[in-house]
Design a protein around this ligand. Sequence first.
Ligand code: ADP
Ligand code: MG
Length: 401
Amino acid sequence: MAKIAVVSADETHRQLIVGMIAQAAKHIVQQVQTTPAQALSQSGPTQGVDLLILESRCFSADDLNQLRRRLADQHNMLCMLMTENPSADLLMRAMRAGVQCVLPWPPDAQEFRDELQRCTSHAIGSSRDEGQVLSFVSCKGGSGTTFIAANLGHVLATKHDKRVLLVDLNQQYGDAAFLVSEQVPPATLTDVCRQIERLDLSLLEACVTHVSPNFDVLPGAGDPVKAGEIKAAHLARILALARPQYDVVIFDVGQDINPASIQVLDHSDLIYPVLQLNLNHLRAGRRLLDICQSLGYTAERLRLIINQFDKRALVTLRMLEENFGMPASHVLPNDPVPVRDAISQGVPVLQLAESSQIARALAKVASQLCPQVAPQSEGLLRKLWGQGNRATPILRLERQT
Ligand SMILES: Nc1ncnc2c1ncn2[C@@H]1O[C@H](COP(=O)(O)OP(=O)(O)O)[C@@H](O)[C@H]1O
Ligand SMILES: [Mg+2]
């Protein structure tokens, strides 16, 4: 199943394309009622999309320039153009923009099906259908959970080209977004929960803070009174919507284990309890592990993170392992200067101090999660001008597989 965005200002044309896709195969289709120029001027309509279909009476040079930039940024996304009587000039410009095929309007059903299959095979062959869900839980306040969750999200997005959504469940402080961005968030998790009945992809897209092209954050409200408004069913709905759109959905669960956070933990592929090596944290961590066990979360899903590691601490890694019956999966250094500077400036630590100990340690955590190097943008190998029986040429461009 691929994610396809169908962009056309013409309702009838859009419906025809959507109908033809439905007849060809089962895909997730998002309709965008606007012109290609408008769709390309915002990042929303193309985010997380495997195939972008743009239909319009004409495509200007500006449209194609914008498209070229968008396809260069999102090299996993392929693009199909549909237009009446495409000229040879348009075909050339489309080719330079990185478009896979140009089909004349109205499309021939068989031809459309063939091109659709070709343009979605990369997504069907890959495992991008469902994003991984990672939850970070504080064994005790001040462990560094929010800092790690937010900055790991940024590393996965920038170094591994993952589409990442960070959701801040920690309603008391709601500080996750501010650790990595100075923007005023358009909405918070509570705002989304209040509109849950009408929540769809466009609304979610409008509510998240775009920290960087691949990294979105849904901030906490920072108001404990509003925390009660967040229900398990709301989070289940948000997760169901977000998971196919993002490669990784990260939850900063904080300290509260309640029905809403349990909903998230139930759906998490990996749960990261964060603690420091001291007796208080050890006791709290032991309690958290007991809770996890009683909720049926097996040890394979748990990854202990020791933060602000101090070699001279009285509690050692060996003591932790003996006490918890499992080793620490990641040990992050105490690196106060870059952490303080990054937090106070609202900038990801990787951006501010890439070579700092903490940035390198977070990069290592991300590499263990995504051992494969992100695929490089594939070059266009071959172009075929398919004349067939039609008066209008079809442009086909193939990517190397
Ligand atoms: N690896 C680290 N090195 C130094 N200081 C850190 C580190 N991680 C976190 N901190 C500090 O700990 C404080 C609490 O971090 P935070 O992420 O808010 O914890 P939590 O979310 O668990 O309450 C931060 O203000 C930051 O200054
Ligand atoms: Mg926190």
